[in-house]
Design a binder for this molecule. Structure first.
Ligand code: HEM
Length: 478
């Protein structure tokens, strides 16, 4: 009798195992059928596999170059790439991007559900950059505007992380898969670190964004993680983007000496060499060549080569015979958009004339390019970034002749305008250049102004006492 009962139990267990396996296979087939049916309504792209989509077809290094090529292969301004079971639309064309992200901004201003840059680091509902379109996002954006004015950015490269394709991996224990736990813990420590820095900064006598932020935290009932996100975005969103753009400009000045000469002629005409350029020179539009030069560098090597974080639509949309269900991820491929020879002939030549005295070629917006993204989700640091670039690059061009550096034999090195890092915040690989003051008078002015600046900035002297170790004692979880 006992033996029969054991046999029965075994058979029942086997039956439920087979049942679960069949159910699993059934679900897999149904889901794959759903993907393939939806695929017929979407722009062209490589054939996806069940569950992992196109994960293994996506190059892990500078995929934006491959997508530009795929666009040519499929002869389409839009591509579909499957990130796991979900489609991601890659737009390679300024006019299509504008039709969707600018003209339909009321629908295309949300963010898709992100795993690595969202759920895995507790960011989905706490950071302005990833928050879905709505009141909470509006409040974060308003707080950033008080300024008047992405290296975790590689997290946004579609297809780079298997976890993006298979979100369930996020819940695996650390002994089986370290990444999710490491991301979560890193984010929680980083969040506490920024909160502590904000609290420390708010103790200074001067009025500051940190003081404003802590006051706003109470007023808008924000969590510590939200405050840390807003503060960290200033650095994550602002520092690398601006400095990489300056590096690209220095590379361009060294490689295109005639552009440098024209910009300096403009400076000599308006500013001369007896004083350095002031904010008034720049703000009053009296240096049009410089303004066009800054626009050109933001186009020529757009730092946010995949336009930051993808957009998503909040409603189903039909466009050019395709169908985008609500929540579809849309990525603008700036590499392809800003190098399209139809809009920017001879695109790798650095030529500010494209933007001088109006646009040389038609473009869907009056600016003539989209380095800061599209529509309502456009970069909230744009004014600050543009002012910083105009001012620092303007002064650099006024002060120095920038030339390729010399090698060990004293010969001028040959610079490569395509030697860029793999980061989604693209910046040139290290390169050699020489900065020579344009005259003795300028050299002396620079030294005097540097000494003066040193004195005026002395009120900000001092070092933070906060360390990551302090933050690790009390990580900020949502
Ligand atoms: C050269 C400099 C910069 C470039 C090229 C740049 C580019 C971008 C791009 C392409 C986006 C995504 C826009 C979209 O989704 O359509 C973005 C978003 C953002 N940027 Fe910038 N950015 C720069 C500097 C800055 C600075 C200085 C700050 C902060 C002070 C900043 C803060 C942000 C924030 C918070 C967002 C998210 C906006 C949102 O989702 O509501 N950026 N940026």
């Amino acid at each position: 009798m006992g033996l029969l009962a054991t046999l029965d139990l075994h058979t029942a267990a086997q039956h439920s195992l087979v049942g679960a396996l069949l159910a699993g296979i059934g679900w897999l087939l149904l889901d794959y059928a759903r993907m393939l049916l939806l695929r017929r309504k979407l722009p062209p792209g490589p054939w996806p596999l069940p569950i992992v989509g196109n994960h293994f077809q996506t190059p892990s290094v500078r995929p934006w170059i491959a997508w530009e090529e795929w666009g040519k292969y499929y002869n389409s301004p839009m591509l579909t790439l499957w990130i796991g079971r979900h489609p991601r639309i890659i737009i390679n064309d300024a006019w299509v991007a504008s039709d969707l992200l600018e003209k339909k901004a009321d629908i295309f201003s949300s963010r898709p559900h992100l795993i690595v840059m969202g759920d895995a680091i507790n960011c989905t509902t706490t950071n302005q950059t990833t928050l879905p379109y709505g009141d909470r996002w509006r409040m974060h954006r308003k707080l950033m505007q008080a300024l008047k004015i992405m290296e975790s950015v590689n997290f946004v490269i579609p297809g780079l992380f298997l976890m993006e394709a298979i979100p369930a991996l996020m819940h695996l224990p650390a002994w089986l898969y370290k990444l999710p736990t490491a991301l979560r813990m890193g984010a929680a420590i980083g969040a506490r670190y920024f909160v502590m820095l904000t609290e420390e900064g708010a103790q200074s006598k001067q009025q500051s964004f940190a003081k404003y932020m802590l006051k706003s935290q109470k007023q808008f009932a924000m969590s510590d993680v939200e405050v840390s996100g807003l503060m960290a975005n200033l650095i994550g969103g602002g520092v690398d983007t601006t400095s990489s753009t300056m590096m690209s400009c220095i590379l361009a000045l060294a490689c295109f000496p005639e552009v440098q000469r024209k910009a300096q002629d403009d400076m000599d005409r308006v500013v001369g060499q007896d004083r350095s350029p002031s904010w008034d020179d720049i703000d009053h539009g009296s240096l049009p060549y410089l303004t066009a030069l800054v626009k050109e560098v933001l186009r020529w090597r757009t730092v946010t080569v995949l336009a930051g974080i993808p957009h998503a639509n909040t409603k189903d949309v039909e466009y050019r015979g395709y169908y985008f269900p609500a929540g579809t991820s849309i990525t603008g491929n700036m590499w392809a958009i800003h190098r399209n020879p139809r809009d920017f002939p001879d695109p790798d030549t650095f030529r500010p004339e494209r933007f001088l005295g109006g646009l040389e070629n038609p473009y869907p917006n009056s600016r003539g390019s989209n380095p800061f993204g599209w529509g309502r989700r456009q970069c909230s640091g744009q004014p600050l970034a543009e002012q910083g670039l105009l001012f620092s690059l303007g002064r650099l061009i006024w002060a120095f002749n920038v030339q390729p550096g010399l090698d060990d034999k004293g010969e001028q090195v040959k610079l490569d305008i395509f030697a860029y890092t793999e980061s989604e915040n693209q910046r040139p690989e290290p390169f050699r250049v020489r900065f020579t003051p344009r005259s003795d008078k300028i050299r002396q002015l620079l030294l005097d102004e540097a000494a003066e600046a040193r004195e005026s900035l002395r009120i900000y002297d001092g070092e933070t006492k906060i360390t990551m170790e302090d933050a690790a004692q009390n990580p900020a979880m949502v």
